[in-house]
Design a protein around this ligand. Structure first.
Ligand SMILES: [Zn+2]
Length: 82
């Protein structure tokens, strides 16, 4: 006998994504706020794309800018060290 239940269980996992910065009413992302920035970086130091992070385009752009600025002043590593 086959169980057809598996598929339906996975479907309910879908969640509504809201831009975190909009939710917190942040209109300026501080490049010195590493705790926040790191939430949007992968383990290897790559920026998490918008469709995964759920950010709106405006905030994602600001976030990218902040991360790049942060990298420039060497607060964040450019990539994982080998
Ligand atoms: Zn937003």
């Amino acid at each position: 006998m086959k169980e057809a239940r598996e598929k339906t269980e996975k479907k309910t996992f879908q969640r509504k994504k809201v831009c975190r910065f909009c939710a917190d009413k942040i209109d300026f992302i501080d490049y010195k706020d590493l705790v926040t920035l790191k939430n949007f970086l992968t383990e290897r130091g790559k920026i998490i794309p918008r469709r995964i992070s759920g950010n709106c385009s405006g905030h994602q752009r600001q976030l990218t800018l902040s991360i790049k600025r942060s990298r420039n002043i060497a607060l964040l590593a450019f990539a994982e060290e080998r």
